[in-house]
Write a new protein. Structure first.
Length: 732
């Protein structure tokens, strides 16, 4: 078993399709912001109002669901959802004795990537929206009415469930600029929803589990990380008592239930993680792939080399401090279940922990009884569980996604052996199945997610490469892969070295060597596909986004004869160039994962086996890229600047001005995730058409259709649905 996340706060919204289009799962929904003074002025500028809104019938099918939140009592859930036409709604799910049931959909004005919703009693929702003009809080009623307060600009808010539903609709957390946090309450008095400051807490807070009349947070204060209990009614804060844990030990909150809290306690003994096995080095989610929660990223030091991060052990603590903290034994049966573990909930008695275990491209649900030490694996469909859950007396509620549908709440009734979906959940029609297959990589087997017909006999095969680079493809609902498979193409999406979910050695193999071990695996998988298809069928085509696009172009330059064509979405020229041009978050990722070194074929510097590697700068490699090529980049890309694709397109033009099989599609209204949510989206349709043509060996006859390299030119395709860069336009 590998590591588990030690802070779930910004890792709980993964339950969506891997969105290649504008919408992706933000790691944490960014709620709007209000300084204390602005809250006092909220009624005057421009003031609260009540307005009717369209109440979407709950019969439509979503292709994306994100930002799941449960009510304090676990009786309802809310999420943001989008359909194939990119229309966003806020959904309310009732969690009752008949199982999960979607009961309401409220239209969502503006950008759903900057909002979240908190389910309340009586079929109501509290929704937070944030835009360039500031923060809006909305109370959504079952009859479709919305009472809203515009609060003006300010620091972002994060909605929290309240321990006192009679007094407050909900709570909100605001992180201040002076390294303190403010807990605010939204009064339940029938007035418009205006947050009122309740308590100012020194330090930074994350989490916010309801424990009786208190909230349990992880607090970072003066370099120390420890649990803290906040009493919103009394306006007080105190540390959680931790008998048996040495003062100053790094301790983080994972979940709470009944009289107990589930914690991650730093193991100062060194070596292998006593509770969960070796750390797998997982980094944050990347563009165009799954925004999944994962173990902490390896910290870069000196040229980007990964260093050890603190090891943590699972622990159970009494909220009242009446007993010593119980650390999970190194030989616990939970350590033998395999995978990276994500504890998500405690049962109402505070004795059994629900754990999501990530095992490559799929996940499992495991229950660990702290009293007996027994571990039970729950029967779940093949797919991916979102690591956010509620566990009231009726049973455990957890969002799950499969290749056939996006995330939706599933139910594990008390004492049941298998989870249950809703009676008639709304799901996309005409979906394609997916499966897993082990393929030979350069240094061992590589797991791949497969969509569509058998790659051995399909008329066309697309080898899809994820971004990240520390990320992975999952066995969940993917609108773009559904579009490719629906067009008759076979999709092979490998999790080559550098991907997460397969242990530290697999994940860290590319640190300091971007386009090294991962490119070797891609080349080996391609050789296997080519041999399995035989000479009569076309060679596979390449598709990649962000880091995957960079890797796909490196593969095209290294061995162009292996491929029919390449579609590269938002590629960067090299790690060094991306470091120079990227924002602070991108620069930190490149540094941490060692993406800056440029290999020159120096065996002494590169180590054994790397002397023959070509340079990793695509502009320098342009003359080697001789296959049909489609470049796609959004002008509003805040992760990989559009100038990288412009420079590559210009270089390809200079190398061979007469080529007619290179197209550059620059999109004036899209960001880092420029593909839409269905095959009907014009940009998605163009990429599918290109790859479909390559599968039949005729994409070279399509001719040139590329925009000039200049300031924000318009795309030369059908007008696309407009959306700018979103909050989740994160690292590559």
């Amino acid at each position: 078993m590998t590591g588990f996340p030690t802070d779930r706060t910004d890792r709980t919204d993964r339950g969506t399709a891997p969105v290649h289009g504008a919408a992706a799962h933000a790691s944490a929904p960014v709620d709007g912001a209000v300084p204390v003074a602005a809250a006092a002025r909220a009624s005057t500028a421009p003031g609260p109002s009540a307005r009717p809104v369209t109440r979407t019938a709950p019969s439509g099918s979503a292709v994306v669901r994100t930002a799941f939140r449960f009510s304090a009592g676990g009786t309802s859930a809310a999420c943001q959802a989008a359909d194939e036409r990119h229309r966003w709604t806020t959904e309310l799910w009732e969690l009752g004795a008949a199982g999960p049931r979607r009961v309401l959909c409220h239209d969502h004005p503006g950008d759903a990537a900057f909002s979240s919703a908190l389910p309340l009693g009586g079929g109501r929702l509290l929704r937070s929206r944030h835009g360039r003009d500031g923060q809006t809080l909305e109370l959504l009623a079952p009859d479709g009415r919305v009472t809203c307060s515009f609060l003006g600009p300010g620091r972002p808010l994060r909605l929290l469930a309240t321990p006192d539903e009679d007094r407050w609709l909900g709570l909100a957390l605001r992180t201040e600029r002076d390294l303190t946090c403010t807990v605010l309450g939204v009064a339940a008095n029938g007035a418009p929803p205006v947050p009122v400051p309740l308590v100012r807490v020194p330090g930074r807070l994350s989490g916010g589990a309801v424990c009786g009349g208190l909230l349990l947070f992880t607090r970072v204060l003066d370099g120390r990380t420890a649990p803290a209990l906040v009493d919103p009614a009394a306006g007080t804060v105190r540390d959680l008592p931790l008998p048996g844990v040495a003062a100053g030990t790094d301790v983080r909150v994972l979940a709470a239930g009944g009289p107990s809290a589930l914690l991650a306690v730093a193991d100062t003994g060194g070596g292998r993680d006593a509770a969960t096995g070796a750390h797998d080095g997982t980094a944050g989610a990347g563009a165009g792939t799954h925004r999944g929660p994962a173990a902490p990223a390896p910290r870069g030091a000196g040229g980007g080399r990964a260093t050890e991060t603190p090891r943590h052990r699972l622990a159970l603590a009494a909220l009242d401090g009446s007993a010593e903290v119980r650390l999970l034994a190194p030989d616990s049966p939970l350590a033998a279940t395999g995978g990276t573990v994500h504890p998500v909930a405690l049962d109402p008695a505070g004795r059994t922990a629900a754990v999501v275990s990530v095992r490559g491209a799929r996940s499992a649900l495991v229950l660990h009884d702290w009293t007996t030490g027994r571990v039970r694996e729950v029967d779940t469909p093949d797919g991916v569980a979102t690591p956010v859950a509620a566990w009231p007396a009726r049973g455990l509620w957890l969002p799950l996604s499969t290749a056939r549908h996006p995330a939706e709440p599933y139910w594990l009734p008390a004492g049941a052996a298998a989870v249950r979906p809703g009676a008639s959940p709304p799901r996309p029609p005409r979906t394609q199945p997916a499966r897993l297959e082990s393929l030979p990589g350069a240094a061992g087997p590589v797991e791949a997610v497969l969509y569509g017909p058998d790659w051995r006999t399909a008329p066309g095969v697309v080898l899809a490469l994820h971004g990240g680079p520390n990320n992975r493809w999952d066995l969940d609902y993917d609108p773009f892969f559904q579009a490719l498979a629906g067009a008759g193409l076979s999709v092979v999406a490998p999790n080559q070295r550098g991907s997460t979910g397969y242990g530290a050695r697999h994940t860290l193999a590319i640190v300091g060597d971007w386009g090294g071990a991962d490119l070797d695996d891609v080349t080996a998988v391609a050789a296997h596909l080519r041999a399995g298809r035989g000479p009569a069928l076309p060679a596979p085509s390449l598709y990649g986004i962000s880091y995957g696009a960079h890797l796909a172009l490196l593969a095209a330059a290294a061995e162009g004869a292996r491929w029919s064509a390449c579609a590269a979405v938002a590629p960067f020229l090299s790690g060094a160039r991306l470091y120079e041009d990227g924002g602070a978050g991108v620069r930190a990722l490149v540094q941490r994962l060692g993406g800056r070194p440029e290999r020159r074929g120096d065996a002494a510097a590169d180590g054994p086996g790397t002397a023959a590697r070509p340079p990793r700068d695509l502009e320098r490699l342009a003359e080697r890229i001789r296959l049909p090529l489609l470049l796609v980049h959004g002008v509003y890309d805040e992760t990989v600047p559009v100038g990288h694709s412009r420079a590559l397109a210009a270089r390809l033009e200079a190398v061979d001005p007469g080529r007619t099989d290179v197209r550059y599609l620059e999109l004036s209204d899209r960001g880092h995730h420029p593909l839409g949510l269905s095959a009907a989206d014009p940009v998605t349709a163009e990429v599918v058409r290109f790859l479909l043509a390559s599968g039949h060996g005729d994409c070279g006859r399509r001719g040139r259709d590329r925009t000039a390299a200049g300031p924000a030119p318009a795309p030369r395709t059908t007008a696309a649905t407009s959306f700018a860069a979103r909050a989740d336009d994160g690292p590559p």
